[in-house]
Write a protein that binds this ligand. Sequence first.
Ligand SMILES: *Cc1c(COP(=O)(O)O)cnc(C)c1O
Length: 430
Amino acid sequence: MSRYVLDEEYLPKKWYNIIPDLPEKIPPPLNPATKEPIKPHELEPVFPKSLIRQEMSEERWIRIPEEVLEIYRLYRPTPLIRAERLEKALKTPAKIFYKYEGVSPPGSHKPNTAIAQAYYNMKEGVEMLTTETGAGQWGSALAFATNLFGLKCRVYMVKASYEQKPYRRVLMETWKAEVIPSPSKLTESGRRILEKDPNCPGSLGIAISEAVETAVKSENTKYSLGSVLNHVLLHQTIVGLEVKKQLELLDLKPDYLIGCVGGGSNYAGFSYPFVKDAEKEGIELIAVEPRACPTLTSGEYRYDFGDTAGLTPLLMMYTLGHDFIPPPIHAGGLRYHGMAPSLCILVKNGIMKPVALGQLEVFEAGVLFSRAEGIVPAPESAHAVKVAIDKALEAKRAGEEKIIVFNLSGHGYFDLKAYEEYLKGTLPDT
Ligand SMILES: *Cc1c(COP(=O)(O)O)cnc(C)c1O
């Protein structure tokens, strides 16, 4: 047997907040206008009070509401799977395991926070959530969650993706979300851009501006973000808490914990429950990013805006600059100029090690994995696959039986166009 599925009784009942266990304090987020530390009430036009409290919380454990657990049970606990066929293909003595978040209805880890965010907004009487989406992973997770809690959802989708990638849009619409190609005429930020360039293909930065503006200007409407912020990473720790339990039941200690990083949420969720004991237990933590958007390996550690327009609070993080536009690689979820502040602290203190990879080697690993294990990984997740394979080959050369665990953050069945290019040999490297 190689699928380790937890009984429902093991579904974690609390999220783990790493903030009190960080080696140094995160410098406070700053108000973009005054450059003073932001006060909780200044965030209230955008987020509900309960999520602002979680964002600033110093409590180590935060109870998961029963209504959230009930929806988690649709797909959680997720399996930890031993990649025995991949091990055989590589002829490695290492044991490779992956946590598979692709079993969620939208196909990634993202609903772990979307469900929680929709719930807290619903509890505070919010009627509509707005957000932005690039290729549609986050938009579809939020559409899935808001529909279950009876909230409306408006997703500003980068126009280029809206036109080129219809299937995630259809998924969002199936879950009753309103999907608007961005830039749009519905907001001032959108109109201003369209006046200058009626054919503007849009960008995540523009879509964020439209979603935030709509939330601030509409009744009972808030905005929702799918990565980077403390409360998002907090909700994702359900992933790592399950992995910890699964490895305990197998009586195994990991040598490597590997995951891909865009804004940092899936890897934080997967690895944070192990961080406190990582050094003592000799666990190597590896965060994998694309060479086309090398935030951790080449960015500067400084205050920067979360969006392109400079409307969001300033966060202390590794950044490539908020006006950095990464090349259009297929791992759309990893094309972000910044990174979650808590994860940056761990990298800065040498607790987590960042690695950057080129696009071709990533797809090569993704295809090798799918030919051995069946699942076609999301291009984002294939970054983690590649490093897991490299570590398994290293273990083979050294003749060591290492335990390699990685997070397979989502499946790639909406990304087959990218695989088609790879198979045809037309996929550009970075
Ligand atoms: C969005 C996404 C990512 C990147 O976001 P993080 O916040 O860094 O996790 C990674 N994998 C998948 C499948 C995604 O959808």
